[in-house]
Write a protein that binds this ligand. Sequence first.
Ligand SMILES: *[C@@H]1O[C@H](CO)[C@@H](O)[C@H](O)[C@H]1NC(C)=O
Ligand SMILES: *[C@@H]1O[C@H](CO)[C@@H](O)[C@H](O)[C@H]1NC(C)=O
Length: 360
Amino acid sequence: MAAMKPLFKVVVVFGTVTSVLTVILTLLYNRTGIYPVHYKVSNRPFTFSEDANRPPGTSLRSDFNTLLRRYSERPGLREFQPEDAPDKYSNSLLAIEVRNNRHEKTTVDPKLNNAVEALLAQPIINDHNFEYIHNPRNACSNSPTDVLVTVPSAPGNWEKRMKVRNSSRGDYVRDQGNRARLLFFVGKGNSSEQDRIDEEVARFGDIVQETFDDVYKNIRLKAVSMLKWTSAFCQGADFVIRADDDVKINLMGLVAVLKRTALRHEHFILGRVKVEDDPARDPNSKYFLSRAEYPRRKLPRYALGGLLGYPVRTVTLLYQAALRTKPVWLDDVFITGICAPKVGVELLSDPSFDFTHKEW
Ligand SMILES: *[C@@H]1O[C@H](CO)[C@@H](O)[C@H](O)[C@H]1NC(C)=O
Ligand SMILES: *[C@@H]1O[C@H](CO)[C@@H](O)[C@H](O)[C@H]1NC(C)=O
């Protein structure tokens, strides 16, 4: 009997220590926020969606905690509903996009495929059948290409093109490790401009030129020519960055944002998104849009054409939509505001896609 006493003591001490430890650990566990039950990422309940692009080997829990950590540093965080805990949605990935400090869910809509199919079944109403005056058709296929930088340019802008080639954009493209290409897109200019372009092509080989007249009113044709060329000759790349010849960009940063975004979205356009813009109704305005061409009071939500980024698969979709959609001449309104929503392409804002036009 005397032998039981020390054993009893050991059991009591062990029991007490484990209970206290459990309490402390539970408190710590909850305080650190590792367990997400204490957070809410949205005012509204949100759901989780399948995401085939989730990198292999990442667990739902780690994805969720990464997202949570990121969002918990932002204002507007409320309490998370326990029933939204991710455990019961194994094999899914939370997809949220932060826009203007509002946390919005993004779901992959199964109806989307039907919408795309329905659109593609529609007849082509704006065929884009211009001849190429210059076509560096192997620019992407000559060597491995991940990123294509497309620059809309006017025939007479040879100085700007020189500056672009000589900018950090040019440096980035010349660095073989970046697997990037830079191409300018121009329409037809007058004969003296054409001579210069022919010289430029001989020297740099980086100009795509079609036969439509290069006048401002034809910017839609130029934008479509860029989508078309990419669909036809650069399918192997991952991303396209479209940047005007007078916009300064940090290519490395933009590519990083595109890669990150592509983990959570299939089809998207990154840019500077404009909401509730008024159409210019003054006939003297550079951007004049007649009521006959566009009767609505407000422009659709769209992204400014000066700087945009998208996956190549999205470019293909946008090109097909552009062929089948009643146009407005303003290319960015047409492609990002009217064509994109028809084929379920999301418009996303990111501060790294803010830009200003500049004098070089
Ligand atoms: C061609 O266009 C340029 C502007 O880029 C202009 O300066 C020039 O006078 C034009 N030449 C002809 C022959 O029209
Ligand atoms: C290119 O940049 C270098 C300096 O970085 C400068 O010396 C040169 O004149 C530039 N060339 C053109 C065509 O702008």
